[in-house]
Design a protein around this ligand. Sequence first.
Ligand code: HEM
Length: 523
Amino acid sequence: MDALPSFWKGIVQVIVKDTYVLIPVILASCVLCTILPLTEKNLLALFVLTKDRYQAWCYLLSGPSIIQDGYDKSDGQPYEVFAPDSRYLFVSSPKHIKELDSAPDTVLSLQAASKQMLQPRYTMHGFNWFDRRGTEGVGFVRALRTMLTNNLPQLLPDLGVMIRARFAEIHMEHPLVSGKRHSPVYPMIVKLTVLTNAFSFFGKDLAKNEEFLKYALAYIEDTIVCAEIMRVLPSFIAPAIGSIIASRLQSHKVIFNALLPVAEERCRQRDLALAGQAVPQHADCIQWIMQTSPKDNPWTPKRIVHELMAIWFGSVHALSTTITFAIQDLCMHSDYVEPLRKELEGAQYTEFEKTSRGLPLLDSFIRESARLTPVESQSTRRCALQPFTLSDGSKLNVGDWACTPVRAIMQDPRHYPSPLDFNGFRFADPAILDPETSSKFRFPQPSPSRLIDANETYHVWGTGRMACPGRYYAAAVMKVILAQIIVNYDCDLVHSDDSRWITWRSSMIPKGSTKVVFIPRNQ
Ligand code: HEM
């Protein structure tokens, strides 16, 4: 809640009050009592219904612990969890996960699950998002997975300079308390991520446009809150309320209107190029999304902007959350700072800027932080568009979701020895450290792995053929931002014992009130 702007805070506070949970349940019980004869069977059915609905609403506030509880009791078998708007079937065995991954997109759909989560009709300027993935092509995967990743060596040096300067500016805005600046770390990192992504996706002109950046940030917050309101409303009233909220939200209109003329100009240049004329070259997401749209039915400027808005949301939220938790881990585990600095101050960083790969110690540190505090406890979401049955007989009805309990799997001692201990170099090869340094740390995994690896026991990026195509970019940006902090500042949490996050559904969101003291090293 701390992470939300004040207008939305009020609304969310009202929604999550216990009364809101109980009133519909009590009213439904009263109605049923009056229309059904009070037999023992009916009373039992009523009790079960009331309990199930109560538990479904509890999921909103206690999702991660409900998912963990189900995992602990399931012994590797699929188990169900109810939310107010969905039934989730959690699967964790490699065999069942493979079955999800192999199901056709017309049966189990990531796109339909994302549509339910983000409510693009109301939050993305009326985006008519198809349930079935690939209906209008999946060019965006190549745009992000290949073109954006290949462009990283051109981006990284500029990003480093820009992040360093902007971080210092934002830092100076924070109040001095007993001679030290107390920085609210989550809002600070969200601002930096917005700037970084705007530069990488849309180029330096839009990244310099303060008004655009302000609304690009507000758009993330508005989307989260508006989509949540839509999801908990009864379906008969949702379209009316949704239209009212959408008409009052400024951010999605401003973003749409800022991107539309750029997309129109790019489409005009595309047509000129097809007619054999010379046109300017561009290397940004607007261009790549346009280029990878279906050849036989190229996207209109409006369709390109809708796609960019969807990618924009996905790119800022998870990225800023993961970086924030990694900074907090850096504060709490300061023994890692020295070897990390050594890695970052040497030739390895120059090589990283040239290739976008490497920095294995920082890579492992971020992977370990995301393992213990993943932004999501639910991954690999697939909404059933048709009934589906797993090999053990577990059924998904139309509208149910299949998913994986990512946090529970990543904290399972069968996959991760000492699962609740933070071992920042857990995923690194001990041989890359000198023996004296390596003796100070533990390397409990049997073999090293990389931050971008998506495998059977690490679902932060999803799994299988739909694993996040933005993860190469995300990993590189996380390294640039953290490198700037590690090299230029000593950092410490102001109240290290306070809780650092809130949960909503299956998400863990850093508290906006958590403060970090960043002391410039050159002071
Ligand atoms: C730490 C940051 C990020 C995390 C944890 C993350 C996580 C995920 C996850 C869990 C999925 C679903 C995969 C599945 O269900 O199998 C996903 C999909 C996706 N992500 Fe990311 N992501 C991150 C950053 C990004 C960034 C920066 C971009 C854009 C540059 C991006 C673009 C996408 C897209 C477009 C999809 C949909 C893929 C498809 O439909 O095939 N993500 N991401």
